[in-house]
Design a protein around this ligand. Sequence first.
Ligand code: NAD
Length: 368
Amino acid sequence: MEKHIVILPGDGIGPEVTKGAKGVLETVAERFGHTFTFETHNIGGAAIDKQGTPLPEETVEACRKSDGILLGAVGGPKWDNLPGEQRPEKGLLGIRKQLGLFANLRPVKGFDSLLHSSPLKHEVVAGSDLLIVRELTGGLYFGEPRERRNDGQEVVDTLFYTRKEIERIVEKAFESAQVRSKRLTSVDKANVLESSRMWREVVEEKKNNYPDVEVEHMLVDAAAMKLVTNPGYFDVIVTENMFGDILSDEASVLTGSLGMLPSASVRQDGLGLYEPVHGSAPDIAGQDKANPLATILSAAMMLRYSFGMTEEADEIESAVQSVLNEKYHTADLQVKGGTVVSGSQLAKRVSEQISEKVTTENIMSCYV
Ligand code: NAD
């Protein structure tokens, strides 16, 4: 298969972690006989410095024409005093909006050797493997009007959804559940909110199209509690923008390692932007200390969700697991008895795991 990937390194550790992930994608292409071509563009602070805007038009155009986008991170103290519209974050919000990336996918999976860093007891968090599907472009964060009124004595925000917006995110969640354990929990506040009652109606309608997926409804307060008391209960969670924002951040600390969490923002035709959950970590930028695994796992998500390359994605995820089993890690991770290596060494080791498997398979095939 031929795929064209746009890389947006961004700021801080972004260039380091995307470089590591690109190397892994090249190894996967070689191993599985694909052709991946790459193009790099500026976003965020890097784009402000070079082109005077956090989201240059040529970056948007390149992303539109691509099959998938891999982003590092944006932002840093250098640009903190700029006015809101010119800040690096505007580049990220702008690209999601301009490409219509309405579904945010955040997998949370515990790696055994890192679970001791979780704030939860080992027996509670062990085996957790869930995916939060969050609506990203509607709801309370975008609804109008939102304003202060009556001399600042009143304030209004608007929670607005069209049925179509709810339908497309619910469909995306059912499709995601189909390629996982086929269990979907729809989270809402239907005892209070009219928008949640419509959300429930849509889920009930759509479930007939996915008879293989078991679906349940859960109130957001109950879901927030269950995430910390029994995270292993969940497979796929689907919810609206604000609930998803809060629940995905709650879920992200369960496994105890920010440097391990990938994410995706995708749309119906499969185009997606893939990025680590962490920020640009200016405190360690340029020192080759950054953990590239979240970005490497984001690249695996690109293969799975945008390119339909399940085996290749599985291969990257199992290579990451193997490297952790070998106890190689960057300084941000606490691995008992482990060896601290640089970010570039860690990324290289993941690539080696993938190519070593080829070598072993080739040797084995000589004996068949
Ligand atoms: P951060 O995630 O950048 O850093 C928090 C802490 O985690 C720091 O100590 C950092 O060194 C460490 N860390 C983060 N990622 C790491 C990695 N891959 N390997 C090793 N250590 C890692 O969050 P912050 O400090 O709140 O924000 C720094 C900048 O990043 C800000 O300008 C913020 O606006 C921006 N930010 C960007 C995004 C994004 O681009 N999606 C997300 C969050 C924050």
